[in-house]
Design a protein around this ligand. Structure first.
Ligand code: SAH
Length: 253
């Protein structure tokens, strides 16, 4: 047996890590999570949905990493009777699909500017039989000014999409008053946080918390930044396509 057998992470390991981190999930939900990992692995051979290529690495990075958001998401949904979650820049459905599996009673909109990725997500969502997911092919800068989307979400998530201040400008307009942005980030984020604080003040939010998430078997170090919308976003935001990322609010001075 090769030395690397220590490192091997089997489907059984994945299943027990899922159950340990998120014990409230049913057998069917656990099977769905692993099913998504399998579909991602197959689909990723044809279409570049994620830079994570290895099957077992996908279990850690896509499934276990996303499941760490279950508890914060439950807290952020709170008592909203019509909870709606937007996953901004969902790509291959991360973390949106995983969270939709964990929260079958919550409506999820998975938004991305790349139609090809969303077509693949639609296929996976159909194969998994998820009834609480819709995909939205549009740029966030445009959708955020559409009455059908603006101010309508309880929570917005975004993983590996842009800098914190850019995500504040792109994400906050979508929230209902007192809704929350849940933004998983790396560990060295002091500068981004400072800029995000200024950006939040401009678009109607405040940083509610910034905490290191438990590992949960993901082997990824993540700070979860939570931003609360505490005022209506001024109509000028988000600015036109590209500006939020190219000239982030709150940068400099
Ligand atoms: N969240 C996924 C994908 C990250 S890649 C994951 O964690 O794997 C970033 C994705 O965000 C890309 O698919 C890109 O198309 C999308 N994206 C970036 N800026 C966007 C914008 N302004 N509007 C819509 N989608 C955007």
């Amino acid at each position: 047996v090769a030395e690397t057998s220590n490192e091997e992470f089997t489907d059984r390991d994945l299943e027990s890590a899922i159950r340990q981190s998120t014990p409230e999930l049913s057998d069917a939900q656990v099977a769905s999570l692993i099913g998504y990992r399998d579909l991602m692995f197959e689909t990723n051979q044809r279409i570049n949905l994620t830079a994570v290529r290895d099957r077992s690495e996908m279990g850690r990075r896509l499934v276990l990493e996303s499941l760490r958001l279950v508890r914060p998401l439950r807290g952020a949904i709170g008592l909203d009777r019509d909870p709606r979650v937007l996953d901004l820049g969902t790509g291959g459905g991360i973390p949106g699909v995983l969270l939709a599996i964990a929260f079958p009673d919550v409506q999820f909109a998975l938004l991305d500017a790349t139609g090809k990725k969303l077509a693949a997500v639609n296929e996976m969502v159909m194969a998994l039989g998820l009834a609480n997911v819709e995909t939205v092919h549009v740029r966030a800068e445009e959708a955020a000014h559409d009455e059908a989307w603006r101010g309508t979400f309880t929570v917005v998530t975004a993983r590996a999409v842009s800098s914190l201040p850019a995500l504040v400008e792109l994400g906050l307009p979508f929230l209902k008053l007192h809704g929350h942005l849940l933004l998983p980030k790396g560990m060295e984020i002091d500068d981004e946080l400072r800029a995000a604080e200024k950006a939040a003040r401009i678009v109607g939010g405040r940083i509610a918390s910034s905490v290191v998430l438990p590992d949960n078997g993901s082997h990824v170090e993540t700070t979860l930044v939570v931003i609360e919308k505490n005022r209506t976003t001024p109509a000028a935001y988000p600015r036109r396509t590209g500006l939020p990322t190219r000239q982030p609010l709150g940068a400099g001075s």
